[in-house]
Design a protein around this ligand. Structure first.
Ligand code: PLP
Length: 371
């Protein structure tokens, strides 16, 4: 089998599993208590906080552990809006966790270009003194486009100087030096399961001086920014995955980029009527997004699955009909073309054998569907 859906989720890193096991067995304390078993769990949380903070270029006190990337994005946008009111602005290509939070607050969307990069002039035109939150993702989940966050910050500083900048770095963390690239942002969201950690745990960096109202109310954990008993095993697993990802990142990016290029070039050479979405030079190394003219992506995904290849498409089934991905539509891609596109997302565990299998079975699958 070739698993090429790493943007959806990644396998648990062995070091993450090893870090989690003690907290699923002997070290079961609730970190909010006062006794020795609780203190042991609390020490583990604080050690993990130090590791996650270092990986994100933040101070430990700026890290808020959450129940995943969606919750981190919601806390950033809804939490700041609850304190400051005003208008929320985000790129039209954001993940639904950001897009729907922004839309729920009546926010404004900023267009992106044909490669998925935010239109900085349109951003400037959208901003005014009423804007309290701007959210622009570091790397896109469907097409891998990396946004110029420092340039976004400069535009925000000029046209809405009081606004805070949030970045969803969920898809960036496996590939990019988020500690440096997300430095212009006041709020930074990550999710453990995208980089070898467990599902259901993430973090939001809230820089000192930025005030977020809690979205989840209760016992006041995480300095009253996110209530609920800590997912101790999950947090320990995320910290181990942060450490493993950062230590191997340069080597992983170089290796996976070579595999991705071989895959993208091989498919375009081997399947007539194939084109690539996004700019390969500026997208993350693990993303390969291809369109096969005249082929329905859902049917192709089924044939690939039968042949042992796991891939995905950004389209969604709404009221019985396939709806094109909002990301591709925002990039100006026609609905029919968007519905002929698939995402093959590579990860640290992807091998040459995986690429060989896709290069072998995909041309046949496309030919069958075109017959
Ligand atoms: N943001 C982006 C860019 C994502 O790709 C995802 C996951 O698909 C999320 C947010 C949501 O993260 P989680 O699955 O941890 O809720």
């Amino acid at each position: 089998m070739a698993y090429l859906d790493n943007a959806a989720t990644t396998p648990l890193h062995p070091e993450a599993l090893a870090a989690m096991l003690p907290f699923l067995t002997d070290r079961f304390g609730n970190p909010s208590g006062v006794h020795a078993v609780a203190r042991d769990a609390r020490a583990a949380i604080e050690e993990a906080r130090d590791t996650v903070a270092a990986g994100l270029g933040a101070r430990p006190g700026e890290v808020v552990f959450t129940g995943g990337g969606t919750e981190a994005d919601n806390l950033a946008i809804i939490g700041v809006h609850a304190r400051r009111g005003g208008t929320v602005v985000c790129a039209a290509s954001e993940h639904h966790a950001v897009l729907h939070s922004c839309q729920a607050l009546g926010g404004r969307l900023v267009p992106v270009d044909a490669d998925g990069r935010i239109d900085l002039d349109a951003l400037a035109a959208t901003l005014d003194d009423s804007v309290s939150v701007v959210s622009v993702m570091l790397a896109n989940n469907e097409v891998g486009t990396v946004q110029p966050l420092a340039e976004v910050r400069a535009v925000v500083a000029e046209h809405a100087p009081r606004a805070v900048l949030h970045t969803d770095a969920v898809q960036a963390f496996p590939w990019l030096d988020v500690a440096t690239l997300a430095a212009p942002a006041d709020l930074v969201a990550v999710s453990a399961h995208k980089f070898g950690g467990p599902k259901g745990v993430g973090a939001l960096v809230v820089r000192d001086g930025v005030d977020v109202a809690p979205v989840v109310h209760g016992g006041g954990q995480e300095r009253d920014r996110r209530s609920g008993t800590h997912n101790v095993a999950g947090i320990a697993g995320m910290a181990a995955a942060v450490r493993a990802t950062v230590a191997a990142r340069d080597e992983t990016v170089a290796r996976v980029r070579r595999l991705r290029d071989r895959l993208a070039d091989g498919l375009q050479a081997g399947v007539p009527g194939t084109s690539e979405t996004g700019d390969r030079a500026t997208k993350v190394a693990g993303n390969c997004h291809l369109r096969f003219d005249g082929v329905e992506s859902e049917a192709l995904l089924i044939l690939l699955d039968e042949a042992g290849v796991c891939a995905s498409a950004g389209s969604a089934c709404a009221s019985g009909a396939m709806e094109p991905s909002h990301v591709l539509t925002a990039m100006g891609i026609e609905a029919a073309d968007a519905l002929s596109s698939i995402r093959l997302s590579l990860g640290p565990t992807t091998t040459d054998d995986d690429v060989d299998l896709v290069l072998k079975v995909l041309p046949d699958a496309v030919a069958r569907l075109r017959r």
